[in-house]
Design a protein around this ligand. Structure first.
Ligand SMILES: NC(=O)c1ccc[n+]([C@@H]2O[C@H](COP(=O)([O-])OP(=O)(O)OC[C@H]3O[C@@H](n4cnc5c(N)ncnc54)[C@H](OP(=O)(O)O)[C@@H]3O)[C@@H](O)[C@H]2O)c1
Length: 250
């Protein structure tokens, strides 16, 4: 089966491409450098020819509110139009748990991406994931206040990129749900505690302050804003195992 992975060179994209190729599928790892650009439309028609499944794992180069919204809207429109023209049978996209429960610029852009998919008429599955363990460093930096990191004690359940890629590949090969599947890591703990554990493990000397008023990328978060509320599919790699693997790979 021919599968196109948009953002096939990214963190989740490259891992998903590897899983699918291992499984014997014909996979196009699409990215601007390889001549496929969802914002300009370059190379989309050629990439889609004969594809049954398209997995959208692209990400915006800029996280600034307006830029990220423009990216996901333009990219989504161009991609879905090219898929419709090529009669693609399953569109899979990676979104984020809680995007409609917490308001920040990035989450608003992901809501816009999901709306386009739902309105496209193409059979789809949206996978809403919790934050990647690989994103903990970025979260700590974005929540830094001098030599302290301020985070709210809300529930947090990060997932390893390897688990995300395995689930994305699995979902892409199954029938379209025309709905949302939620995925999360195997361990749930307060946000501030997980980030403190991470910083300590990597020798980052910044202290984590438990601050109930601290926001997540500018958005107010409550106890369960960032974790699945209903049934979710869980990854297998816990924090310690992920750390061991990342240190071994470093
Ligand atoms: N971070 C999290 O915790 C989290 C949680 C849940 C869901 N997600 C979602 O997961 C998805 C994948 O994230 P990631 O961290 O794997 O992303 P990433 O590592 O930043 O990779 C982004 C990919 O998108 C490609 N790309 C950028 N602009 C493009 C364009 N105009 N046309 C085609 N491809 C383009 C990049 O290509 P180049 O390599 O050429 O730049 C790269 O392959 C995102 O949609 C994100 O919203 C993230």
């Amino acid at each position: 089966m021919k599968i196109v992975v948009i953002g096939g060179t990214g963190l989740i994209g490259s891992k998903t491409v590897a899983v699918l190729r291992q499984d014997g599928h014909e996979v196009v790892a699409a990215s601007p450098e390889g001549g496929v650009n969802t914002v300009t439309g370059e190379g989309l028609k050629e990439a889609m020819a004969g594809a049954q499944v398209v997995i959208d794992l692209a990400n915006s180069p800029s996280f600034e509110d307006k830029a990220v919204l423009e990216f996901f809207e333009t990219s989504g429109r161009n991609l879905l139009a090219a898929e419709a023209a090529a009669s693609v049978q399953h569109h899979v996209a990676l979104s984020i748990v809680g995007i409609d429960r917490t308001h920040n610029g990035y989450f608003r852009a992901k809501v816009a991406q999901e709306k386009l998919i739902k309105a496209s008429g193409i059979p789809y599955t949206i996978i809403r994931s919790t934050q990647f363990l690989e994103f903990l460093a970025g979260i700590a930096d974005s929540s830094a206040d001098g030599n302290k990191v301020r985070l709210p004690p809300v529930l947090f359940q990060p997932i390893a990129a390897d688990d995300v890629a395995a689930i994305v590949a699995d979902v892409a090969l199954a029938a379209p749900r025309s709905g949302i599947v939620e995925i999360a890591g195997p361990e749930r703990a307060p946000f501030n505690e997980i980030v403190a554990r991470y910083l300590k493990a990597v020798g980052d000397l910044r202290g984590v302050v438990r601050d109930p008023e601290a926001r997540y990328f500018g958005g107010k978060v409550e106890e369960r804003s960032l974790v699945p509320l209903g049934e979710s599919r869980l990854g297998r790699i816990g924090f310690d195992e992920w750390l061991r693997r990342s240190k071994a790979g470093a």
